[in-house]
Ligand binder design. Structure first.
Ligand code: FUB
Length: 326
């Protein structure tokens, strides 16, 4: 039986009812904090934050949620970038990339991540392929602010290349890391895939593998490394919480460590990124709490602190409306 992305994600009716209850109270809270604290990005609705630390700044790449009020699915045509030197004041820049840059794609500016290598910036994005199915493309620029252009002229990953699950949207949500000179791309929905990237950053090197040990994996993988530990955080179930697994080796085995972030107010996803900036750790995510027009398809980026335990495990995130303190 064919089942589309949103029907598939909506299967857990009990959880949806819980989210509806939760969302009513959270919107009310968020309204009083619209201009200060969380959400931190309020000039536009934004989702799927992917932060990159470069020199003394953080660049925050997001998808632009353009859905109308009461929409029941995403309307996303472009990505946006914001920058900050202190994580509190964010400067909006002109959109450096839209789905139109990918001639082979037909839309859907879904989750993405940018990484720097040898002075160039590579932006891995999920889009809808013109021939059907979600696909991953890569754009390149000489500046973190763009302009970015399609680096390949075709998709890097297509639906036919991944077969662990028989859905058309398993090739979404790319996350990238360079570890001891080797770049790795992780991505997925329902199955989490990973592969090495060639030095060029625009072709795969070797096979596509499936990551095991990610209990209840839904989507939104984010890979990072700290003090000899690899961390894969990711969305579980639907509506989504964020959980994580740890490993001493990027090839696994991955050990499930539990929930990292609870359901985010008024949004069925909360897609995270995790960074260390100037010695402090941050959890960057989205909720639907900018104002009474916020929703699962009109999201807003929030930032709270992240704290590690001595053994390398991560303390559960406390989402706040106050946001970060100076
Ligand atoms: O923004 C579209 C989709 O919503 C992303 O690809 C998922 O991670 C979820 O946040």
């Amino acid at each position: 039986m064919f089942i589309d992305y949103i029907s598939f994600m909506k299967l857990n009716i009990k959880s949806i009812l819980f989210l509806v209850l939760l969302s009513g109270s959270t919107v009310a809270l968020a309204q009083t904090n619209a201009l200060k604290g969380n959400p931190v990005i309020t000039d536009k609705y934004t989702g799927d934050p992917a932060a990159m630390v470069f020199n003394d700044s953080v660049y925050l790449y997001v998808g632009h949620d353009e859905a109308a009020a009461n929409a029941t699915f995403y309307a996303m045509n472009e990505w946006l970038v914001y920058s900050s030197a202190d994580m509190i004041t964010w400067k909006a820049h002109p959109s450096p990339l839209s789905t139109k840059a990918f001639s082979w794609a037909k839309g859907d500016a879904w989750a993405s991540q940018v990484i720097e290598r040898n002075g160039k910036f590579y932006w891995y994005v999920a889009v809808e392929h013109a021939l059907g199915g979600k696909a991953i493309g890569v754009a390149v620029s000489d500046s973190p602010l763009g302009p970015f252009k399609d680096a390949l002229g075709k998709a890097l990953i297509t639906n036919e290349m991944t077969t662990a699950v028989k859905i058309s949207w398993d090739d979404i949500d790319p996350t990238v890391i360079i570890d001891e000179g080797q770049a790795y791309l992780f991505w997925g929905n329902s199955a989490c895939y990973y592969a090495k990237l060639a030095e060029s950053m625009t072709t795969l090197k070797g096979d596509i593998n499936v990551v095991n040990g990610l209990t209840n994996f839904t989507e939104a993988p984010w890979i990072h490394k700290r003090k000899g530990w690899y961390y894969l955080s990711y969305a579980v179930e639907f509506p989504e919480k964020i959980a994580y697994s740890m490993s001493r080796n990027i090839n696994g085995p991955w050990i499930y460590k539990g929930i990292l972030n609870e359901l985010a107010g008024n949004s069925n996803t909360n897609h995270q990124s995790i960074i260390d900036f100037k010695g402090k750790d941050y959890f960057i995510y989205h909720n639907g709490g900018r104002d009474s027009g916020g929703s699962s398809y009109r999201r807003s980026v929030c930032i709270d602190r992240l704290y590690y335990n001595k053994d390398g495990t991560i303390k559960r995130v406390i989402m706040t409306t106050e946001g970060l303190k100076k």
